[in-house]
Design a protein around this ligand. Structure first.
Ligand code: SF4
Length: 343
C-alpha cells in the first residue's frame, strides 16, 4: 500500500482504564476493593487526510479521553494508535517520533483557561514556533505571528495585547492561531465552540472549515452537539459509555441512523431539514461508568431492549455507509427511523 493510501490516523481496539480507588488507608479501614473505570473500551476508527471525523456523545462517554490518548496526554491501557502507519500509542514509541508529535495539535474547549493570561498574544502564538525552532530570526517570527493573526481574522496589532482584552470568540481564534503556528497537519478539536455563544460558534466553525480547505488540515472533532457535528464532519462516530455504538458518513448517520442511542440524540436536536418534526428531549441519564450495566450498556434507556441485550455486549456489524453495534439491528427488529422521529 502506498503511503498516500494509508489513513492519517488509525485507532484500533483502544482502551483506557483509570484507577479511581480511594487512598490505600481508607480502603484498608473501610475494607473496600480498588475501583477502576473503563473510560475507553475498545474503540477503533480511521481518519483519511483532509477529512473531519467527529466523535459525539453525552458527557462522560469517553470522547475527550480518546482525544487525549491520541495527542499523547494519556497512554493507552491497550490498543493501537498509528499516524500514517507509524505506531505512537505507547509513550516509548511516541518519544521515538518527535516529528509526528509536532504534526498534531489540540484545540481545547475553554479559550479562557488555555491561554496564559500573563503572556502577550504574540508570545503565546510564537511559542510553538520557537519550541520547534521553525524560525530563529526575530523579524521573520514577528511576520509569521502577524500572518497567523490575519489568517484567523484578527489584526497584527493584537500581538501586543493580553488575552483578557479579547472576547471568548476572539480568544478561540488566538488558540487556533497558536495551534497553527507549529504548522500541524492534524488537529484534535475538543469541543472547540461549546463555551461560546451560538452566533460566535458559527463564525469559529466557518473559520475552521476555511482553514481546513486552505491548509489541507485533517480534524478529529469532539462534540456533544450533533447539530454542530452535522456542519463540519465527513464521518461521525457515536460513543456511549466508552464504546463506539455507531459510525457512518455524515449523510448516512443523519438520514438513516440505526442505533437507538443515535436516534435518541438526533430526536433531541433542532430540526435540521425543517420537516416540522418536534424535538424530543434525551430520555434518562448515562449510568455511572463505575458500575456500567451488563450486556449492552444502553439497555436501561433503550425502548428496544430484550433479554439478550441485558446479557450480551453487541458486536459492530457493517451496515450501508457505516457500522452499528446493536442486537435489534442485527435481528432486523428495529422500526424505520422516520416512524420514530415523527411527533
Ligand atoms: Fe437497545 Fe439492545 Fe440495541 Fe442495546 S443492543 S441499543 S439495548 S436494542
Amino acid at each position: 500500500m502506498s503511503k498516500s493510501n494509508v489513513p492519517m490516523l488509525t485507532v484500533t481496539g483502544l482502551k483506557r482504564v483509570f484507577d479511581v480507588s480511594a487512598p490505600w488507608l481508607n480502603r484498608v479501614l473501610e475494607r473496600k476493593p480498588r475501583t477502576f473505570v473503563r473510560a475507553v473500551d475498545g474503540v477503533g476508527f480511521s481518519i483519511d487526510k483532509g477529512e473531519t471525523f467527529s466523535l459525539v456523545g453525552e458527557s462522560g462517554c469517553g470522547k475527550s479521553t480518546v482525544a487525549r490518548l491520541i495527542v499523547g496526554l494519556y497512554e493507552p491501557t491497550e490498543g493501537s494508535i498509528s499516524f500514517e502507519g507509524v505506531e505512537i500509542g505507547p509513550a516509548a514509541e511516541r518519544a521515538k517520533h518527535p516529528d509526528i508529535q509536532g504534526r498534531m495539535q489540540m484545540i481545547f474547549q475553554d479559550p479562557y483557561a488555555s491561554l496564559n493570561p500573563r503572556w502577550r498574544v504574540g508570545d503565546i502564538i510564537a511559542e510553538p514556533i520557537r519550541f520547534r525552532r521553525l524560525l530563529k530570526d526575530k523579524k521573520a517570527l514577528d511576520d509569521r505571528v502577524a500572518a497567523l493573526l490575519t489568517q484567523v481574522g484578527l489584526s497584527p496589532v493584537d500581538a501586543a495585547k493580553y488575552p483578557h482584552e479579547f472576547s471568548g470568540g476572539q480568544r478561540q481564534r488566538i488558540s487556533i492561531a497558536r495551534a497553527l503556528a507549529g504548522e500541524p497537519e492534524f488537529l484534535v478539536c475538543d469541543e472547540p465552540t461549546s463555551a461560546l455563544d451560538v452566533s460566535v460558534q458559527a463564525q469559529i466553525l466557518n473559520l475552521m472549515k476555511d482553514l481546513q480547505r486552505k491548509l489541507g488540515l485533517t480534524y478529529l472533532f469532539i462534540s456533544h452537539n450533533l447539530a454542530v457535528v452535522y456542519h463540519v464532519s465527513d464521518k461521525v462516530g457515536v460513543m456511549y459509555l466508552g464504546r463506539l455504538v455507531e459510525w457512518a458518513d455524515t449523510q448516512t448517520l443523519f438520514n438513516r441512523p440505526q442505533h437507538p442511542y443515535t436516534r435518541m440524540l438526533l430526536d433531541a436536536i433542532p430540526d435540521l431539514d425543517m420537516s416540522g418534526r418536534a424535538r424530543v428531549p434525551v430520555a434518562g441519564e448515562v449510568p455511572s461508568p463505575l458500575n456500567p450495566p451488563p450486556g449492552c450498556s444502553f439497555h436501561p434507556r433503550c425502548p428496544f431492549a430484550n433479554e439478550r441485550c441485558k446479557r450480551e455486549v453487541p458486536k459492530a456489524i457493517p451496515v450501508p455507509g457505516g457500522a452499528v453495534a446493536c442486537h435489534a439491528v442485527e435481528e432486523g427488529r428495529l422500526p424505520p427511523w422516520k416512524a420514530q422521529a415523527a411527533a
